[in-house]
Write a protein that binds this ligand. Structure first.
Ligand code: HGY
Ligand code: MN
Ligand code: MN
Length: 423
């Protein structure tokens, strides 16, 4: 029986990024496709019935014994899973830990059913959602947004990656039919509850209130809420020109405007308790060393527990951007790319998760998170819950993201117990 650590070890070479470190596994890249094929093989070898739906979500079904495996018997099933795509230079666990843990938890539950210890009342499906990070097409949780209808499929299909490929073209190149993408009532009806296990992103499990004398926090936490968050693009335009023949006085340099705005973003967010605002991506056009840029695009990620405050922060930042652009003889355009309100997970489901997890990890706390997830998007349509597995440094979206083997194993048993109580 594979443990979660041996499952993860099997894919640890896929999509390594020599330049950034860590992994770059954009959706439908060779690396992410290899990981999709890995999941399909691991699920198939376990006798699960595997299929990929019109939105590119992979479903691996463990039907009830003797069941026809049709829609009727799968209505209101229990689903667990996560994603396999990564951010650029991401860690080994963000996404794959949830997928590998789902496979390992299935192994535990199948053994319990074989021994008669577990008698299920409903089917279980393992699911893999595409483009959770939004790293290629710019919108986070694109697969679960399409499934639920949270995004207009026309908008989704016209999203473009850095090379100018549309999502429609890339999806079609991977065997999907763009015309069939969008809200999938039948697939939604099959999900009674969705549980996502994920590496903890942040230091919640390692803060003083949870750590023992040796500084060790509990292996697992239950998710309570997800911070509202959005993504905006700010496009500064100026006068592209020659770096050597253009006097400083004669410049309208969008790079200088963008640089000032980045500092303003930190100032505005720092002044607002609990706010987080980040500019992690800046793209000059044309981007030559001896060229004054004609345009500089920057991407803004703003998060806060109160959605109205998020909106206010973006308004302040936009106002500052306009002032700075005018002063620099430039112009600026703000475009919203995605927005998710703060999510509070289903109370009854989270209470069930806490009861189950406490059997193994009595001091497992309920934690809010600042990281978005497919479980957050689906929470608006059906009961969802999350489990987080301890990450000693809390660092994520970085090659330094890490989970100790023992904590990963504990996460699998906690997930198996949680799923058993819901099956
Ligand atoms: O950006 C996020 O919070 C998530 O990791 N996609
Ligand atoms: Mn992530
Ligand atoms: Mn993730």
């Amino acid at each position: 029986m594979s443990t979660v650590n041996s499952l993860l070890a099997a894919i640890s070479g896929e999509g390594r990024d020599a330049k950034r470190g860590g992994y770059s596994r954009p959706v439908y890249s060779d690396a992410e496709i290899t990981l999709r094929e890995w999941f399909i093989a691991e699920a198939s070898v376990r006798g699960l019935e595997v299929s990929t739906d019109a939105n590119g979500i992979i479903w691996a079904w463990w039907d009830l014994p003797g069941s026809a495996g049709d829609d009727a018997s799968r209505k209101g099933s229990l689903v667990t899973g996560s994603h396999l795509d990564s951010v650029p230079g991401g860690g080994a666990f963000d996404g794959p830990l949830g997928v590998a843990s789902a496979l390992a938890a299935y192994d535990v539950l199948a053994a319990r059913e074989a021994s008669g210890e577990l008698v299920r009342n409903r089917a279980l499906a393992l699911a893999v959602f595409p483009e959770e990070e939004g790293s290629r097409f710019g919108v986070a949780c694109l697969g679960s947004r399409l499934l639920s209808g949270a995004i207009d499929p026309v908008k989704a299909l016209n999203l473009r990656d850095a090379e100018g490929n549309t999502f429609a073209d890339i999806a079609a190149a991977n065997g999907l039919d763009p015309a069939r993408m969008g809200r999938d009532e039948k697939a939604l009806a099959r999900i009674g509850d969705f549980i996502e296990l994920h590496v903890e992103q942040g230091r919640g499990l390692n803060t003083e209130q949870y750590t023992d004398a040796a500084g060790r926090g509990p292996a697992v936490a239950v998710g309570s809420s997800i911070l509202g968050h959005g993504r905006w693009r700010l496009s500064f335009s100026g006068q592209g020109n020659h770096a050597g023949t253009t006097l400083m006085i004669d410049r309208a340099d969008p790079m200088v405007a963008a640089a000032q705005l980045v500092l303003k973003v930190r100032e505005i967010a720092t002044a607002q308790p609990d706010a987080r605002a980040t500019v992690g991506r800046l793209e000059p056009v044309p981007g030559g060393t001896n060229v004054i840029a004609s345009r500089v695009d920057i991407w803004l990620d703003v998060r806060h527990p109160d959605d109205a405050v998020t909106a206010l922060l973006v308004e302040k930042i936009h106002g500052q951007a306009q002032k700075i652009a005018a002063f620099e003889g430039c112009s600026v355009v703000l475009t919203e790319e995605s927005l998710s309100g703060t999510v509070h997970f289903d109370a009854a489901l989270s209470a069930s998760l806490e009861r189950s997890v406490h059997r193994l990890v009595p001091d497992a706390p309920a934690l809010p998170t600042g990281a978005g997830h497919d479980a957050g998007v689906l929470a608006a349509y059906l009961p969802t819950g999350m489990l987080y597995v301890r990450n000693p440094s809390g660092i994520s979206h970085s090659p330094e993201e890490y989970v100790e083997d023992a904590d990963a194993e504990a996460g699998v048993l906690a997930l198996a117990d949680a799923l058993e109580d819901l099956l």
